[in-house]
Design a protein around this ligand. Structure first.
Ligand code: AMP
Length: 505
């Protein structure tokens, strides 16, 4: 399977197989015809009502209308920015101030700030779908035009918008369709929120290959009883999630091949795949292929993959992160020098899936994006090495970016917002690890003057103040109050010492 253009591939499925299922909820099924017809109606509306090509914000959870809005934005020659409904107001304001959108499609219930941005809500959206059928021709765009923008944690407290172009996405999609033994018409689990680029791993391989998305919504995922009931009945072939999520699912004993005989693939990305998880899956799903994939949002979801076997688990102390995709080069670097196989250094990725940079943020772009042999390259901040056979091994981070329950965050961003709290004089956040996985975030806080009688009251107040800007998963579980923070020789807060204290050995 090879795709020449994402939108046209989806249009072709709608033209040739209009009744094919594209989105299967438990109560309702949608077809390719419905997707493309609605997207055309909405794209037409954008063309009639918008005066600029600025990106379109799409606000909501896993819903069919989200796909329609993404496709409509692309068809009208505009990029889209997915935002989850649980995003705090101040964070949304920060994103809007960076992105300067002209339009927001609010599929979720918009409780956000009053902003001077045109808005289409769910009711209007349905009126647009049902309006007179519009003749539509996709607006032509160049390969370098931005397809989507995903905002990710930024060290200074302002999220960074990673711009992914049509050619970036095409490079990723063609790799997934060729290197994972995926077939046309498969059913993919859709669980990752659209604001996390892992969702792209099910969304576009499915839509360009005549496949179907089967959503597991947040409401189900957050209710274990319901989740465990649904899991053994999911009509899917391809599982896409973080290892953290599948670990939860493995608590359900009926999550196995005998209940899910159609399951042929597991694709993992976004964080380290623990050996125990991989081993449990090989035992529960002996007929399925299990892939570990690796990559940052800045290089379009993933750039390497390896099929996990018992042999691989026996041969390596940590699960390898894969062989590099054909059109891409990984260089292991230290101080600007290229290292050899077997040497540990920073993983630097160059190739056609590397982003052009962060939206309206030349400073951060210049810091992370470089060129190697004339090719755009991204410095991942990941530490790793290549084996002689070209297998990439992961050894952790060079900076203070972490993954917690699969979510990417910069510890500095949490520090920044903690320090903005009126109850905090100084603060630094430290991850507590268990078997290479972050288990807890601990904030060391020098409190500002306050009149709380009890510590828990202070903690409640601090958490409430940072919760106005930080996503819920970024809020430290534990606050430790100290009179002062340790400092390095040159007077900076010494996070490393605290990390060693929290994680002895
Ligand atoms: P994100 O941009 O959210 O996909 O996060 C990218 C970061 O997640 C990478 O730079 C790595 O630090 C980490 N990561 C992604 N995939 C893996 C993997 N398979 N194993 C270990 N870490 C991973």
């Amino acid at each position: 399977m090879k795709v020449n253009a994402i939108i046209e591939a989806i249009d072709t499925w709608a033209a040739n197989a209009p009744d094919r299922e594209v989105y299967r909820e438990s109560e309702r099924v949608y077809t390719y015809h419905q997707l493309v017809h609605r997207a055309n109606q909405l794209a037409h509306y954008f063309e009639e009502n918008l005066t600029t090509n600025s990106p379109i914000v799409v606000f909501g959870e896993l819903e069919f209308d989200m796909l329609v809005a993404f496709l409509a934005a692309s068809k009208s020659g505009r990029a889209y920015i997915p935002i989850e409904t649980t995003t705090p107001q101040e964070r949304i304001e920060l994103i809007l101030s960076v992105a300067q959108p002209e339009m927001m499609v609010t599929i979720g219930d918009w409780q956000g700030p009053t902003v001077d941005v045109k808005q289409v809500d769910l009711e209007q959206l349905h009126a647009i779908y049902q309006g007179p059928s519009q003749r539509w021709q996709n607006v032509p765009r160049s390969e370098d035009d931005t397809y989507y923008i995903i905002f990710t944690s930024g060290t200074t407290g302002v999220p960074k918008g990673v711009q992914i172009s049509h050619s970036n996405l095409l490079s990723f999609v063609n790799w997934t369709l060729s290197d994972f033994d995926l077939q046309t018409g498969m059913a993919y689990l859709a669980q990752a929120p659209y604001s996390f680029d892992l969702s792209v791993m099910d969304l576009y391989p499915a839509l360009t290959s005549g496949g179907c998305l089967v959503p597991l919504t947040k409401a189900v995922v957050n209710n274990f009883k319901q989740l465990f009931q649904v899991l053994p009945t999911l009509p899917i072939n391809v599982w896409v999630s973080t290892p953290s999520f599948v670990n939860i699912c493995l608590m359900e004993p009926n999550f196995d091949q005998s209940h899910l005989p159609g399951m042929t693939h597991f694709l993992f990305c976004g964080e380290e795949l623990p050996k125990k998880t991989a081993h449990a899956l090989l035992t529960r799903f002996p007929q399925a292929k299990i892939f570990n994939t690796y990559g940052p949002t800045e290089a379009t979801v993933a750039i390497s993959q390896v099929e996990i076997t018992e042999q691989i688990l026996a041969d390596y102390s940590r699960v390898p992160i894969g062989y590099i995709k054909e059109d891409t080069v990984v260089s292991i670097m230290e101080d600007g020098q290229l290292l050899h196989a077997g040497q540990l250094g920073e993983i630097v990725i160059s190739g056609p899936s590397v982003s052009k940079g962060y939206l309206n943020n030349p400073e951060k772009t210049a810091a992370a994006f470089v060129t190697i042999d004339g090719q755009p390259a991204y410095r991942t901040g990941d530490r790793g090495q290549l084996t002689e056979e070209g297998l990439l091994l992961y050894e952790g981070r060079l900076d203070f970016q972490i993954k917690f329950h699969g979510y990417r965050m910069e510890l500095e961003e949490i520090d920044h917002h903690l320090c903005e709290s009126p109850w905090v004089k100084e603060a630094v956040v430290v991850p507590k690890y268990r078997e290479n996985k972050v288990e807890q975030l601990i904030a060391y806080v020098v409190p500002a003057d306050h009149t709380f009688e009890k510590e828990y009251q202070l903690t409640k107040a601090v958490k409430a103040s940072i919760g106005q800007t930080l996503m819920a998963y970024m809020i430290p579980q534990k606050m430790v109050y100290v009179p002062r923070l340790p400092q390095t020789a040159n007077g900076k807060i010494d996070r490393k010492t605290l990390i060693h204290e929290v994680n002895p050995s």
